[in-house]
Design a protein around this ligand. Structure first.
Ligand code: FES
Length: 149
């Protein structure tokens, strides 16, 4: 006797989130982004850096620095929905301190803590996290990409 019960439909898979260092014009690990005191608690700063190969500084790599207490995190300024910036200028950034940040185009809302979209057209997808290390003096630099397990 065979089991004729239908196979339950599987959940649609989400597109894989690119790794930050594979993005065009990504800076090298070790690139410094500023000092932790430059990022006020509960704020998001839009920063741009240049890859070493871009000596003419023609192709900025734009990222977002978020601070919550002693924790500073970074995401590429790239919406998971269409790959456009969440905001093109500091004054256009939309965020709820320590809670969420939103895209200016269709208003996808991302969790502050991990960049996962919790509301909008790309729900369940993520902003692209950029690993950081903060040294004892408070200098924020891009850490090396995590090695695959
Ligand atoms: S491009 Fe960001 S929500 Fe659509």
């Amino acid at each position: 006797m065979t089991d004729a019960s239908p196979t339950p439909p599987s959940a649609p898979s989400l597109p894989a989130t690119p790794l930050w260092h594979t993005l065009p014009h990504a800076p090298a690990p070790g690139t410094c982004l500023g000092h932790v005191d430059e990022v006020p608690d509960g704020q998001v700063l839009l920063r741009q850096v240049f890859a070493a190969a871009d000596s003419a500084q023609q192709h900025p790599f734009k990222l977002l620095l978020l601070r919550s207490g002693p924790t500073v995190t970074a995401f590429a300024n790239r919406c998971a929905h269409f790959g456009v910036p969440l905001a093109v200028a500091q004054e256009h950034l939309k965020f709820q301190p320590h809670t969420s940040l939103s895209c200016n185009v269709h208003y996808a809302r991302y969790r502050w803590s991990d960049g996962v979209c919790e509301w909008g057209d790309c729900e369940g997808e993520s902003l692209i996290a950029i690993p950081l290390r903060v040294d004892a003096l408070g200098t924020i630099c891009i850490a090396a990409p995590a090695l695959a397990a």
